[in-house]
Design a binder for this molecule. Structure first.
Ligand SMILES: Nc1ncnc2c1ncn2[C@@H]1O[C@H](COP(=O)(O)OP(=O)(O)OP(=O)(O)O)[C@@H](O)[C@H]1O
Ligand SMILES: [Mg+2]
Length: 306
């Protein structure tokens, strides 16, 4: 049997909770070895989609193939072929790091020799060797997330689903975590990942933005930024950034404005003269052009009526 050319194929996938449509007929395709980012606000439908793709939640419509297997027809086969790191803490807190790995490896049917070599390999790659004998609930958050990743990939799945793997992890460890995700992808594993951090989404090969259960846009990070063509982005410094937002938004030629830390990110019509436009603002401390970020794209898409 020839393997499916694509790792994940989703057509018209639908999930309802009572009369509420949490996932609305979504379509997507993830290629083998790809890092595919699934990005959206709280409640957008990310975890619900992942649970359907992992064979944990039956879909109410449409079809999804994961590693060539239909998730609705054969969820048990899907579960054996994939790794899943769920959004909530899912380790056994009263087991040590090593015992957690051994438990998950056992569930996936790894024999003792294989389990030992995988444990040593993963603990070395994930820098967990010193934590081997520590109870999972006593590990720092960054270690817990790395251990959860190790448990999700112990059986070398073809496809791994990571639901907010870097939530609660500091920026340095987040960067290191993405290096690991990269190395899995380089070794041929397909990675389907959600995150709230849009700077991290830049590391994905392709991204789908999901809003209220629908895919609002899907492309490479660079491709998504072209959605902002016709606009020029500026960082604007104001004496009172938050208080000045209404005045900035009211300027003719301003298409969008949002608070970014202590500055504003402002999108203006590319044809407008920035000096004349911002010169009208009382309390202006300075402004300069900036390249658009995925956060700008996300705000642009999220601001559009569906
Ligand atoms: N078992 C359930 N019963 C009823 N409603 C649910 C259930 N699971 C999820 N929902 C609802 O479906 C919507 C999508 O939830 P989901 O957990 O998929 O969002 P999410 O994008 O993962 O959000 P977050 O970023 O907060 O993790 C939400 O409105 C949520 O309240
Ligand atoms: Mg979620």
């Amino acid at each position: 049997m020839t393997p499916e050319p694509d790792a994940i194929v989703v057509r018209g996938l639908e999930k309802r909770f009572g009369s509420f449509r949490a996932v609305k007929a979504i379509d997507l395709t993830v290629r083998r070895g790809e890092i595919y980012g699934f990005i959206g606000a709280n409640g957008a439908g990310k975890s619900t989609t992942i649970k359907m793709l992992c064979g944990l939640l039956p879909p109410d419509g449409g079809r999804a193939l994961v590693d060539g297997i239909d998730v609705a027809a054969d969820p048990e086969s899907v579960k054996r072929r994939i790794g899943y790191m769920c959004q909530k803490f899912a380790l056994y807190g009263d087991l040590t790091a090593a015992e957690n790995i051994d438990f998950f490896g056992g569930v996936y049917g790894l024999d003792e020799d294989r389990l030992k070599s995988r444990r040593e390999e993963l603990f070395s790659i994930l820098d967990l060797s010193n934590a081997s004998g520590t109870r999972a609930d006593e590990l720092p958050r960054g270690f817990q997330q790395r251990l959860a990743l190790a448990c999700a990939v112990v059986h070398q799945p073809a496809v791994v689903f990571l639901d907010e793997p870097t939530a609660g992890v500091d920026p340095v460890q987040r960067r290191a975590f993405w290096d690991l995700i990269d190395s899995f992808s380089a070794a041929g594993t397909t990675v389907f990942v959600t995150t709230h951090f849009l700077d991290e989404a830049e590391y994905c090969r392709r991204i789908a933005f999901i809003a209220e259960g629908r895919i609002a846009a899907e492309d490479t990070p660079a491709g998504l930024k072209t959605l902002l063509s016709g606009r020029a982005m500026y960082e604007v410094r104001m004496d009172d950034p938050a208080g000045s937002l209404p005045a900035v938004r009211a300027l003719p030629g301003v298409l969008a404005a949002a608070l970014f830390g202590v500055t504003l990110h402002v999108a203006i019509d590319a044809a407008a003269d920035s000096g004349t436009l911002f010169g009208r603002l009382p309390g202006l401390a300075g402004f300069e052009p900036i390249p658009p970020t995925l956060e700008d794209v996300f705000l642009h898409i999220a601001g559009k009526p569906s």
